[in-house]
Ligand binder design. Structure first.
Ligand SMILES: [Zn+2]
Length: 282
């Protein structure tokens, strides 16, 4: 097992609810400059020093994680990774999610709810396989506005048909509107639009602590140091920046564990740093 895989499988016990990071893949699909064309040279060189694990030459190298919540009320998976090989997006993808679940002692059939923070390809990869829901006993929860957006989007047609349409056909899909919604005891979806129209973050409350799963409110820690740093695949960059700033304000003022699919280590805290923020790995 290589160094990167050993970083996965990390769990945080919130008291009666255990949150586990599952790494589905690790790799690069773009350069830092193409991903964040508005970055200053100064911010980039700061990032290359502070978060060196995210760079390989010009390439931006990032993890792709899902998160598992286990509590008395059941087994919940948050996001579904990039999916099995092969794939057009990140051709060298790994497809580790099933083995990560197995290492955590959870079979796909044991997952009762799959919450999708949004419907980008790297969050729905294992949602369905061979025309059927991959998590055969789960109910799937997604944002209604994301569903409408991706269903109508020409470039998403093939992926939508393969990964999402089977959920609707199987009758296991629950679409929710963009307001704070409870989905299971201790789990609340937070509307955090911008990255996609119906993007949602997830707040998980245990008996002793709380965690917030960011989704893609920030895909690179430099978006904490400069919340206005736009990521090229944000559907609405202005809304995404406003959402990022307000959520980061909230997270920095709380003693809350932050879980992030694409940030170093997966678990950390958002710290205030002057007028902006920083990422401290747990
Ligand atoms: Zn993502």
């Amino acid at each position: 097992m290589d160094e990167r895989r050993r970083q996965s499988g990390t769990s945080v016990d919130l008291g009666g609810a255990v949150l586990t990071a599952l790494t589905d893949a690790q790799g690069s699909f773009t350069s830092y400059r193409d991903g964040f064309p508005g970055s200053s040279d100064e911010l980039e060189s700061f990032g290359r020093n502070r978060y060196s694990e995210l760079y390989a030459g010009a390439a931006w190298v990032l993890p792709f994680r899902a998160f598992l919540v286990r509590s008395e009320s059941g087994v919940v998976l948050i996001d579904a990774g990039l999916g099995p090989k092969p794939g057009d997006f990140l051709p060298a993808r790994q497809g580790w999610l099933p083995s990560e679940l197995e290492a955590a002692g959870v079979s796909p059939d044991a997952v009762e709810i799959v919450l999708l923070t949004h419907l980008h390809v790297d969050h729905i990869g294992w949602a369905a396989a061979d025309g059927r829901p991959y998590f055969s006993r789960a109910r799937y929860v997604a944002s209604a506005s994301d569903w409408v957006f991706f269903e109508a989007r020409e470039e998403s047609r093939v992926v939508f048909e393969e990964k999402l349409a089977p959920l609707e056909r199987a009758g296991v899909l629950e679409l929710i509107e963009l307001h704070e919604a409870g989905t299971a005891p201790g789990i609340v979806m937070l509307p955090t639009p911008g990255h996609t129209p119906g993007h949602m973050s997830v707040r998980v409350a245990g008996g002793e602590a709380e965690a917030v799963i960011l989704g893609d409110v920030a895909v690179h820690p430099l978006q904490l140091h400069d919340p206005n740093l736009a990521y090229v695949y944000e559907v609405d960059a202005a809304v995404a920046a406003r959402t990022r700033l307000s959520l980061l304000e909230e997270l920095a003022s709380e003693e809350v564990v932050v879980a992030a699919g694409h940030l170093p280590r997966g678990f950390g805290r958002v710290l205030r740093d002057g007028n902006a923020f920083g990422w401290r790995k747990l």
